[in-house]
Ligand binder design. Sequence first.
Ligand code: HSE
Length: 434
Amino acid sequence: MKPVKVGICGLGTVGSGTFNVLKRNAEEIARRAGRGIEVAQIAQRRPNPQCNTGSTPITAEVLAVADNPEIDVVVELIGGYTLARELVLRAIANGKHVVTANKALIAVHGNEIFAKAREQGVIVAFEASVAGGIPVIKALREGLAANRINWVAGIINGTGNFILSEMREKGRTFPDVLAEAQALGYAEADPTFDVEGIDAAHKLTILASIAFGIPLQFDKAYTEGITRLTTADVGYAEALGYRIKHLGVARSTDQGIELRVHPTLIPADRLIANVNGVMNAVMVNGDAVGSTLFYGAGAGQEPTASAVVADLVDVVRAMTSDPENRVPHLAFQPDALSDHPVLSIESCESAYYLRIQAKDHPGVLAQVASILSARGINIESIMQKEAEEHDGLVPMILLTHRVTERHMVEAITALEALDDVVGDVVRIRVEHLN
Ligand code: HSE
């Protein structure tokens, strides 16, 4: 059988990794796919001296790959929203299958892209868009298809996790670790996407759609970054038996779907709390299976290429099948997607860590307890430290039981209005993941 012809668009970190893996493992891949997979064209805007592309035809015109009649599958690895969207829609219109690692594109334009792909009877595969090399989309979409998914929680940004791990373990500074993550090719072109939780929210949006059978709704995801975390809170969290991770949480409740990315305290004895460096991990809790954990490299050249090439093998196996009988893009049949709403952050529920800087006066603790109890907020534990030498203020650290965000915001406003409370109350959400 003739090999399937692939056009790789973008020869950066992931593009060159994909080219190299396809070449190195060509025989093994053909044994799996049933046909060879040949890179018949590459589009690159800048030469990549790290990648020996041999005699493969190269063009600087990305859209030429979508128009090339020789090409069966377009691999979109250029990133971004605009040109990537144009390329993917053009490839689909020309009847080509698409493989992409572009989480921003899928999270923001996925509904449109999948609708066009269905009209044309082509596949758009996007395993590499979430958690790099971890086949979590495959697991959720196929392996866990028996379940009602209760929640998904994940460390799904390698750069952010690398920064938090290095800061905690080695006391390194934020800019220093970020610069290393950029040099290693982990960070996004705009690293604020990593540290402000936007990249993780793109990935969480995709996971939530596949888990709960809802359309992609990135605009409703809540994001909070890690840039304001202090070493003091990292230390207090440790003392209380927790680790702080930048977690994406998607939870199905009777009222709607929670979709949120924020720093989170996790009990230190949970496996996921011990996922460090650039590694990612995704927990999925289903009604039949219980909790599962998927772990692996969430970014990087060949781990991400591993997912791209696995998608290529899937596409090659399925390209001759009846489009109606393929695995749906978002796991659920398109006419069976639900309109269960995505909740605003005010309606989401979690436990909380609070740090209050108080004047060292009698009765402050009683006032704090009274404000919380008036709003039905149950205190789980309290830790009060010695007064700080430089300002005489007493750090008071509380852990609460689960409460709706709206009630917690009201309580914090009341706490900050107390005469004996100085500055803002620090609040970090807590998830026990049990
Ligand atoms: N910037 C992303 C990360 C790359 O650090 O996880 C993989 O999506």
